[in-house]
Design a protein around this ligand. Structure first.
Ligand code: SF4
Length: 421
């Protein structure tokens, strides 16, 4: 369930049913103002709602004073070990402070930061990673790492509540995906505060994206989690943002920009799908409209399962078809397929109308029908799936009928009804 409480980070609501916020962290030295601002602009353009910057030195505080003013999105200061830096970051105008109450020098120092944050109206993210649990939880961690992580989280929450500071979100993260899932499930039942989700040190773009999609996706599908960060070993923080968006879009939690669907390809493939799909994906990045674009590797099945797409392409050896919402739009030479597709998308995004030329549409439909007829006997993956679905439906109907008959014969009135008939 969505968290009961929420925080407001520089105008972005986290929790309480607000859309799941996407955040990332800059990879630059924060004191390098030009490089940090360049990266912040890139992540904001990619769709980050919030950005976090590391603040390990006084010179980072100096840069932070400018960053919070110039950044197009709210800025979270990431502080470890040094509560003085947390105080200075609040004074510098950070929109949120991230700290681990366990490594900041004791409850008195946490209290000092909480007082300053309360006075400034600055929310906090408090939390802990599996690698930095407090000492007294180490034995429990060996026995039950999930309970240890949750205990650390709830102990920090209790500390903040004792300090009468409740303007915070919480994170408990691990490099272990099942532990992260189990721990956040438990924590969401025990506390009403918003949750920040992430998999610590998830890995490279490939493996880290998958781990994050599995871990965060599982929690988000259960309505657990209010803001997410994908941690990837890349200098390009915008890649983290793109992955976060793909997860949210896949779960239909948020909408942003186009959605690309593509067939998995098989031996019937009629063009260099790898290159074409990569090219389309790259070109679609420039569009803000949530237009759905399909790429089918051959026209053997017709438009089939891609018939709901706003636009799509499918091809044969020399020619291809552009289609829209289940209908042919026009037939074009294979090598012009992608450019012509984007001409149609451009017209649509400018006018919000799909322009149809009846003559071209008829020619395209005829071409498609011919390809389908020529390959009517082919058992394609799509046709096999359709056959399977039909067989399943028939089995389900037969089972339902058999159960109904059983019910009727077991009913005390069944005999009477039968006699009357
Ligand atoms: S049969 Fe299906 S999976 Fe194979 S290339 Fe054609 S559209 Fe793609």
């Amino acid at each position: 369930m969505a968290s009961q409480r929420h925080v407001n980070v520089g105008g972005v609501q986290i929790g309480g049913g607000a859309p799941v916020a996407v955040q990332t962290m800059t990879k630059t030295e924060t004191a390098n103002l030009a490089a940090t601002m360049e990266q912040i602009h890139k992540v904001a353009e990619a769709g980050a709602d919030l950005v976090r910057v590391a603040v390990p030195r006084d010179k980072d505080i100096e840069a932070l004073k400018t960053i919070v003013v110039e950044s197009p999105i709210p800025v979270i200061a990431d502080i470890h070990f040094n509560h003085t830096l947390a105080l200075k970051a609040i004074d510098a105008g950070a929109h949120c402070i991230r700290l681990n109450p366990g490594n900041i020098g004791g409850p008195e120092k946490v209290a000092e930061v909480a007082d300053r944050a309360r006075a400034a109206g600055t929310p906090m993210r408090i939390g802990v990673n599996s690698g930095s649990l407090p000492k007294h939880l180490h034995a429990l961690e060996r026995e039950n790492p999930v309970e240890a992580l949750v205990s650390a989280g709830t102990e920090f929450v209790a500390l903040m509540e004792r300090l009468e500071f409740t303007d915070f979100k919480v994170s408990i993260k691990s490099t272990n995906v099942p532990n992260t899932i189990a721990a956040n499930r438990l924590l969401s039942e025990r506390i009403p505060y918003p949750l920040h989700l992430g998999i610590t040190e998830a890995g490279t773009k490939w493996s880290g994206s998958l781990k994050s999609a599995v871990g965060l996706g599982t929690l988000l599908a259960d309505d657990i989690g209010d803001t997410i960060r994908i941690s990837l070993s890349t200098f390009h923080a915008e890649e983290e943002v793109k992955v976060a968006w793909e997860i949210l879009k896949a779960l239909k939690l948020r909408e942003r920009g186009p959605v690309l669907i593509a067939c998995p390809t098989c031996g019937r493939l009629q063009f260099d799908m790898d290159t074409v799909v990569a090219d389309i994906e790259r070109r679609l990045e420039a569009y803000a409209d949530p237009v759905e674009v399909a790429v089918l590797g051959c026209a053997v099945n017709g438009i089939g399962e891609a018939s709901h797409a706003d636009f799509g392409i499918t091809g044969a050896k020399n020619e291809g078809l552009i289609f829209s919402r289940g209908k042919a739009l026009k037939k074009v030479p294979q090598e012009q397929l992608v450019d012509e597709l984007f001409k149609e998308i451009d017209k649509y995004t400018a006018t919000k109308k799909i322009e149809v030329d009846a003559h071209e549409q008829a020619a395209g439909a005829e071409w498609l029908q011919r390809i389908e007829e020529e390959n009517a006997g082919e058992l394609t993956p799509e046709r096999l799936a359709k056959l399977e679905a039909e067989r399943q439906r028939a089995d389900d109907d037969a089972m339902e009928e058999a159960l109904l008959r059983l019910d009727e014969s077991a009913s005390p009135t069944a005999g009477r009804r039968f006699t009357r008939a």
